[in-house]
Design a protein around this ligand. Sequence first.
Ligand code: NDP
Length: 387
Amino acid sequence: MAQQRTLSLLGATGSIGASTLDLVRRNREAFRVVALTANCQAKELAALAREFEAQVAVVADESCLPDLREALAGTGIEAAGGAQALVEAASRPADIVVAAIVGCAGLAPTMAAIEQGRVVALANKEALVSAGDVMTAAVRAHGTTLLPVDSEHNAIFQCLAGNDPAHVRAITLTASGGPFRDWPADRLAHATPAEAVKHPNWSMGAKISVDSATMMNKGLEFIEAFHLFPVGVERLRIIVHPQSIVHSMVEYRDGSTLAQLGPSDMRVPIASALAWPERMDTPCTPLDLAAIGELTFRAPDEVRFPATRVAREAVVHGGAAPATLNAVNEVAVAAFLAGQIAFTRIVAYAEDILSRRLPPAPASLDEVIAVDRDARAMAREAMEPAH
Ligand code: NDP
């Protein structure tokens, strides 16, 4: 890359955070780190802030600030804590902000980064799913470049480059199918958290791993694609591709289909966003298609895995439905990971709450946050033992 870029990383202690910092570590001259954030892993965050000589380190959970302060004492690195400090860190001028917090907790800081009008590399899909039109309007209003980091959306972004979206016949998101793709329906109810987080192809945080197992990850990605690539819901497809080599495809009106292929390593799409519009090296093992031998594809099974249908219905319904879906899913995944509900109940709760009367479409960040909060309350109430 020609010039050094300043970079902030929201969610530095997570899986995407680690992959991003691995690339920065290998290209120290190319980046200068402004802000690094975490929720409460203060010691880990402090170690990263020291290593990368960040200007500021922020923990979202204010109760973890004393630990962060202690770990950064004498370094000259600012330490801050709490929701407002997180938003302030995201607002600091930086050439690129990587939004890699998990869940709707990342929404306010991601919006703050968008309002800077520079480049936001978005991994935090839940923020876009929840805020939808509010976020895309902010992107337009501030002239921000939103680069998708999710491997599928990054693939689509690459396949669309240089083409007029008006010529797109279909966009197909590929899905690995998750660890339970070959399980019979009656076994799914007994799936354990340990089984659900063991993804066959990708190494990821716990929440997205469970989302992959239910296929809600693909449902959220469907909604994410709807906002990032406005070709209309009827042109968006999902196909199961167990090898996770083809990361997504764009079919054009002349019958040409462009696909992006790569190893199942998030450093590839992250590098594509970090270097955009240039390219940078990654240490990832190049694809050996002869060794892989076969790439297979099959239609999704929405009877065993209804999440993609539920997500499609939510985006067609519009309004408060996608934010409600995301919030209920976050609560249900946390309950499943805590051993409180069965695996198959995660999507069942989402479908049940979406069938209720929903609030009007949120028109501002505060209204999205209110929809999210109310949906979480409904989900928690529905999960109380009496139900
Ligand atoms: P992880 O759980 O590994 O990391 C989450 C990060 O967010 C951590 O830094 C964590 O801090 C921070 N965090 C958690 N809760 C809060 C909160 N309430 N407020 C502020 N910060 C918080 O997640 P992943 O890296 O797997 O995923 C991050 C995002 O990227 C998700 O939206 C996911 O869907 C998306 N994504 C991930 C992929 C992957 O391969 N992992 C692939 C594609 C998309 P702490 O460590 O202190 O808890």
